[in-house]
Design a protein around this ligand. Structure first.
Ligand SMILES: Nc1ncnc2c1ncn2[C@@H]1O[C@H](COP(=O)(O)OP(=O)(O)O)[C@@H](O)[C@H]1O
Ligand SMILES: [Mg+2]
Length: 411
């Protein structure tokens, strides 16, 4: 067996059990122990069994990394050491390296510094062998789920820049929220520099997955269930990519009953994590106010109010607007999107704007290509790229993309 660490032939022996960690699907993962103190690293290496390779420093390890994913166990020396910066650098650069820290002073401060550096788990020394093995297996499983041996692409790193959160809302069912949210996300994904996430916050009856013909393995229920250990790689592994567009979808629960398990704080936390590596987080919502919707509106940069062009729609949107005002939602966040806005419907856009006291920033025509696309499970902007609907979706996206001329109509 050759070593996964180049230049160290023979030192590595895959440890039974770690090669195929729980839920990991059988990939191979190497284990390294790093501590400047020889005795400390030998102790940990012994605990981990023959599979673990000891290194005196992060740089030593970094120079020996091969193509096999590696779980790094950081010894107690890291507690006080500036090497944590080197750890952070390594973890940011290599998606196929995950780290655990064993520390003799498990303080909140220590924990925070370690987690901020990208360390997955912090254990108190002396650590029990089974506890250590479990932690290693957990991180190994995460590494196998992530794409192996690829450097983190600049698009999925959390670089401190926060993506823009756009919630699509309407107090009327069938107004076109899901159509707008889906197609806006697809257009943005084609033009943004970082990923675009689409969150289905219509927790009971969300149909984003159906609209994009996705069969999700994971939903928002899993993300909420894993919240206490949720980090960016884990969250990313729960998203399902809509291949044609690259949009990363967090689907609604598969059963309406699961909606009860999900509250506003959980949803907000997930969205805050998504915006760490996404240019945009687009959120689809149900047709009523609940705590989840209100929480999401609060953290959103933009709220698209979708109104169909008929009197009941306009009436409902007016009530919705009043509610938002009562809740002190900053009116600058709100952008009115008039859907099915054709001359044929005999409602004048200007009149609607006057009634609502807000100017429409996008007009989407009514077109048979929309239900056709919905029924095929394709976003209309991809299936009918030349349609007027696609054109207006592009104009809607222009509002959020800085490089385009400012076409926004402000009051
Ligand atoms: N601009 C449009 N032209 C034609 N049909 C549309 C348009 N927008 C939406 N629809 C149709 O209306 C239905 C409801 O839209 P949807 O986005 O699911 O509404 P909501 O999410 O607000 O309940 C969709 O199945 C779609 O076929
Ligand atoms: Mg919907």
């Amino acid at each position: 067996m050759t070593s996964p660490f180049s230049g160290q032939p023979g030192e590595y022996m895959p440890q039974p059990g770690l090669g195929a960690p729980a839920g990991g699907g059988g990939g191979q993962v190497a284990v390294a122990v790093v501590d400047a103190d020889q005795a400390a690293r030998s102790r940990l290496a012994m605990q981990l069994g023959q599979g673990a390779t000891p290194f005196p420093s992060i740089n030593d390890l970094a120079s020996r990394l091969g193509s096999i994913p590696v779980v790094v166990v950081l010894g107690p020396s890291f507690g006080a050491s500036p090497e944590l910066a080197a750890v952070e650098q390594l973890l940011a650069a290599r998606r196929d390296v995950g780290a655990i820290m064993v520390t003799s002073e498990l303080t909140t401060d220590m924990l925070q510094r370690a987690l901020r550096a990208g360390v997955k788990d912090v254990l108190a020394a002396p650590v029990e062998t089974t506890q250590l093995a479990e932690a290693v297996a957990r991180v190994a499983a995460g590494l196998i789920m992530a794409a192996p041996n690829t450097p983190v692409s600049p698009t999925v790193e959390a670089d401190g820049e926060r993506g823009r959160v756009i919630t699509v809302f309407s107090t009327k069912g069938g107004a076109g929220k899901s159509v707008v949210a889906t197609n806006l996300a697809v257009v943005l994904a084609g033009r943004a520099s970082r990923p675009v996430a689409l969150v289905d916050a219509d927790l009971q009856f969300g149909d984003i997955a159906v609209m994009l013909k996705l069969s999700p393995q994971h939903t928002v229920v899993d993300a909420v269930g894993a919240l206490d250990k949720l980090d960016l790689p884990l969250l990313q592994s729960l998203l399902i990519e809509h291949q044609p567009s690259g949009v990363k979808v967090l689907p609604a629960p598969l059963e309406p009953a699961f909606a009860d398990q999900i509250g506003a704080p959980e949803m907000v936390r997930i969205v805050e994590m998504l915006r760490q590596f996404c240019s945009f987080v687009v959120i689809d919502t149900p047709a009523y106010f609940n705590d989840v919707v209100l929480g999401l509106i609060e953290v959103s940069d933009d709220v698209l109010l979708v109104a169909g062009m008929d009197i009941p729609n306009i009436k409902n949107v007016k009530i919705g607007l009043q509610t938002l005002r009562l809740l002190n939602t900053p009116m600058e966040k709100l952008r009115l999107v008039l859907n099915r806005a054709n001359s044929k419907v005999k409602l004048d856009v200007g009149e609607v704007e006057r009634t609502l006291g807000i100017q429409a920033e996008a007009l989407i025509p009514s077109d048979i290509v929309v239900p056709q696309a919905v029924n095929k499970g394709e976003p209309v902007v991809l299936s009918a790229p030349k349609s007027g609907v696609t054109q207006s979706m592009n104009q809607l996206a222009d509002l959020f993309l800085p490089q385009t001329s400012n076409k926004r109509r402000r009051r």
